[in-house]
Design a protein around this ligand. Structure first.
Ligand SMILES: [Zn+2]
Length: 155
């Protein structure tokens, strides 16, 4: 990573904090060249890391796409004064869904053909329930708007 200000300096990490429950790291970085100090957040990219759909039939699975989840959350959360929280909600949902999907790997391992790596998959109904539960805990209207949009869409 390069310095935001001068783009040439080396960066020193002056403070680093792991998130208590999620695989995230918050860091303060200081440029050795110009002295500029800024914050970074390191977190996994869940897009494509697991699929949503029917665990038995690959053709019925859709790779998880965080951008699509964010679009749905912003449409459902248009009433919210602080929409930046939706970005963190999307990360929380992605993390929870990945962990649920990763449990499916155990069943794949036993019957593994070693020709391809197993892809974690979460059932579509379980995924939508996980999204609704997470949204409900944060903002009931957000969850209701999301659910209303779901019933209108092809899903
Ligand atoms: Zn700099």
């Amino acid at each position: 990573m390069r310095c935001l200000a001068c783009t040439t300096g080396k960066l020193e990490i002056t403070n680093s904090r792991k998130h208590a429950t999620e695989p995230r790291v918050w860091r303060r970085r200081a440029c050795t060249n110009c002295g500029f100090i800024f914050t970074t957040h390191e977190l996994p990219d869940y897009t494509g890391a697991f699929t949503v759909g029917n665990g038995k039939h690959r053709k019925d699975q859709i790779p998880f796409n965080k951008a699509e989840l964010l679009r749905d959350l912003f449409l459902a959360g248009s009433h919210m004064p602080k929409q930046d929280a939706l970005i963190w909600l999307a990360d929380t949902i992605a993390s929870k869904a990945f962990r649920a999907a990763a449990e499916s790997i155990g069943t794949y391992k036993k019957s593994a053909k070693k020709t391809s790596l197993p892809v974690p998959v979460i059932d579509n109904a379980a995924y939508q329930q996980l999204v609704l539960d997470t949204l409900t805990a944060y903002d009931a209207l957000l969850a209701a708007n999301y659910k209303a949009r779901l019933s209108l869409s092809y899903r």
